[in-house]
Structure formats: C-alpha cells, structure tokens
Design a protein around this ligand. Sequence first.
Ligand code: PGA
Length: 255
Amino acid sequence: MNKKKRRAVIAGNWKMNMTPEKTTALIGELRELVKGKRGCDIVLCVPAIDIPAAVKAAKGSRIRIGAENVHFEEKGAFTGEISAEMLTSAGVEYVIVGHSERRQYFGETDATVNKRVKAALNAGLKVILCVGEVLEQRDLGITGEVLAMQTKIALHGVPEEQLKNLIIAYEPVWAIGTGRVATPEQADEGNGVVRKTVEELYGKKAAEALTVQYGGSMNEKNAAELLGKVNVDGGLIGGASLVASKFAAIVDAAQ
Ligand code: PGA
C-alpha cells in the first residue's frame, strides 16, 4: 500500500458552533498560520449560515469551504433543507455526508446517506462520507462488518469515475467529542477495512488512490501519530478545529 499515491486532507467540522462574525475572525487568523503549508489540502466544513462569511474570508488562501450536510432532492417542499446547487453556487466545494450525529439525532439512514452522496457528487461537490461503529458494535466484535456495510450502501450506484471526488472518514462513534481517541492501531485498522471494502467494490487501484481520514478526538497532540499510520490519509476534526492555532498544528502534523 503506497501512501504517497494519496493526497492528505485535513478537514474541520465546526458542527453547531461559530457565528458569521467569529467565522471571519477565525479564518483570518488561520489563513496566516497555514500559509505555504502545501503538504495537505485544508478544508473547513461550517454551518450553512456561516458559508458566505467563510468563503469570503478564505478567498485567495489554501483553505477550501465545505458544508455539513446536503439534501438529496434538487428543490421543492423540504423546509429547512439545503440543496447541492445552493451550496455550489455559494462557493462551497466539499460536503460532509452521513456524520454520526446526523445518523444518531436526525434519523439519517444508510439509504438516505447513499442518496445524499449521489446527489452531491452529481452536483460536482467533493464528499466527505462518514462511517463508524458505536461502542456496542465494537464490543461485539462486528466493527469490520459495520464499516463494510455502511461503506457499501453509501456507495451503491456511485460510478468509479466519481471516486476522485470522494473522501471517506472513519469515525468511531465512541471517539467523537469524548476525548477518547482511537489508538493509532485502531484508526489504521478501521481505515484499512474501509479501503479494503472500496477495493472489493472498485478494485485495487481505486482503493489505493482513495483518501481515508480518521476522525474522533483528533487534536494537535495526537495528530502526528495517527497521521503516521499507512492507512490514515488525513483527519476530520471537530473540537480542535474551533481554535485556529490547534487546527493549524494539525495541518503542520500532516506536512
Ligand atoms: P471531534 O469530532 O474531533 O470533536 O471528536 C470529530 C467529528 O465529529 O468529525
């Protein structure tokens, strides 16, 4: 497995944090800190209301802007939802799909994740697809099966030529927001299962080229060790992405 074939991507997931004013301030600070850091792509996935401020503040820098969710229909009577076209026309390039918080709290299923992945890719967005087991599944010894199933359903009907716009983030649910980070070995193993599943679906070449991130309590202290693993090509970072210096330190660790 040759890690050099893959682009490292460090992405922040702000979740329900930050106002447009705070967005402008944080990105203003961050863009100076990551200047010239060409060893990885840098993405910030922000709340919809913060998108215009984020796009403006990141303009001319290496920071790319993402959204945290997207609806699968093109338009219509879906109160509160946001379409892929709305995102692209606002300057958004990436979108998170299937985050465990969407699955846990907002009724997201593998089937709706699949619809969102396809809608976003068809609209030209780059997708960060999240998969991950809950603690009970890990304790039962079915982590591999869960990751394979979530990955297979999410990618059902996705043609190989769209994989260049896909990133998968392995996020063990028990590690998200808990401070209980997976060990580098657990992260590498989970990411490896995801890559193996993609190999089953699309072949070795596609699997080796796919960026697979780890997410779940990654921070400026543990990032280097996690990113050093062969199957860990980047990170999806929640809490530590809300502080410019911490996020920039993770970008440094990916250089
Ligand atoms: P965390 O969140 O870094 O705060 O654990 C990660 C995520 O949910 O993507």
